[in-house]
Design a protein around this ligand. Structure first.
Ligand code: SF4
Length: 344
């Protein structure tokens, strides 16, 4: 079983973030939430999935460590397979030796720290609550506590004064990130999400986003820098040392089922085969609604809906179409999973 547990609390809301998370919470609301999660786990393993073991487990958010994780760790531990990959997302400000030891004794063996930038002025404009120095110190603590399979997240395409095609801040971030020697790095191209502070600033003209070409140049720069640090691109936004790829993400990308627990978490059970094939077609030879309906008759009633969805993404410049086949544009490649999520 692939299991995701969502913790929707943050210290403050980052300018770009549309994830299901809130900075409005109290110790009581967090405790009540943990109790609800524990109840969901008991129901899951006491009924529909009795006897199953967890092969990949992912604590995401939000900021999981703002909750008391011990009751959740204790409930899940008996269900972890001995070879399970157990990832916890962390904010640099969460990281203490005590937390790291608690996570390790609860079975966590992989940490993913949201760094986003290693330039303080960029971090401030993102609304991040930590500095580059705090992120680096947290990373060294993670290593000192013996977490050998861990990574960081970065965001490229952030609006900023630029020189040439790639911003200096981005280049510095990549240089500093390489020095940390992470095993995994996710590089997300910035997406302007409606309802965020960034979207309001762009709408009012206070901030201008970089062009698609500039954002893609930053991504290409990341690919080069991370490759020279020994990390290969194995998915659209993901780079890893060979053998250190995130098994949880690979499982979901390959179309395996997963179960989500917590507010805003979704599950996927069934449709695994069609999802894998649709994904491959979008990335490689192109996706044809007619062909898909022929191959998967149970999904044929969705052809009209697929066409409307694909035309909408085409109008946004994420797909190109020809002869009834839709292909990802370079920009669309960065959001392939978003497109796919609307198809299957
Ligand atoms: S810490 Fe993560 S989940 Fe929370 S607001 Fe920032 S980006 Fe979103």
């Amino acid at each position: 079983m692939n299991l995701y547990v969502h913790f929707p609390f943050c210290r403050s809301k980052c300018a770009y973030c549309a994830l299901h998370s809130s900075a409005r919470h109290t110790a009581e609301t967090r405790q009540a939430y943990v109790e609800r999660i524990v109840g969901d786990i008991d129901r899951l393993f006491g009924a529909t999935h009795r006897g199953e073991t967890i092969s990949t487990l992912y604590f995401g958010g939000g900021t999981p460590a703002l909750c008391d994780l011990q009751p959740v760790l204790g409930r899940l531990a008996p269900h972890l397979s001995p070879t399970a990959e157990f990832t916890v997302e962390l904010n640099p400000l969460d990281v203490t030796p005590r937390l790291l030891r608690q996570l390790r004794s609860g079975g966590a063996n992989r940490l993913s720290m949201g760094v986003q930038s290693l330039d303080d002025s960029v971090l401030e404009s993102m609304g991040r609550v930590h500095t580059a120095a705090q992120a680096k110190a947290a990373w060294h603590m993670i290593r000192e506590e013996g977490f050998g399979n861990s990574g960081i997240d970065l965001i490229c395409g952030w609006p900023r004064v630029r020189s040439g095609t790639t911003s200096d801040a981005w280049r510095r971030t990549l240089d500093e990130a390489a020095k940390l020697r992470p095993d995994h790095c996710s590089v997300y191209a910035l997406i302007l999400e409606p309802g965020t502070r960034l979207a309001a600033d762009v709408k009012s003209g206070r901030i201008t986003l970089p062009s698609d070409d500039e954002a893609l140049a930053e991504l290409a720069e990341a690919e080069r820098a991370l490759a020279s640090a020994g990390l290969e691109r194995y998915e659209i936004s993901s780079f890893a040392r060979p053998g250190m790829e995130c098994r949880h993400n690979l499982a979901t990308w390959r179309g395996e089922d997963y179960i989500g627990i917590g507010d805003g978490a979704c599950s996927r059970e069934g449709n695994a085969v069609s999802r894998v094939i649709f994904r491959l077609r979008l990335i490689k030879e192109g996706f044809s609604p007619a062909q898909a309906a022929n191959d998967f008759p149970e999904l044929a009633p969705r052809v009209r809906e697929w066409c409307a969805t694909l035309d909408r993404f085409s109008a946004e410049g994420l797909l190109s179409s020809s002869g009834g086949f839709y292909r990802l544009t370079p920009r669309g490649t960065e959001v392939c999973d978003t497109i796919l999520a609307e198809l299957v």
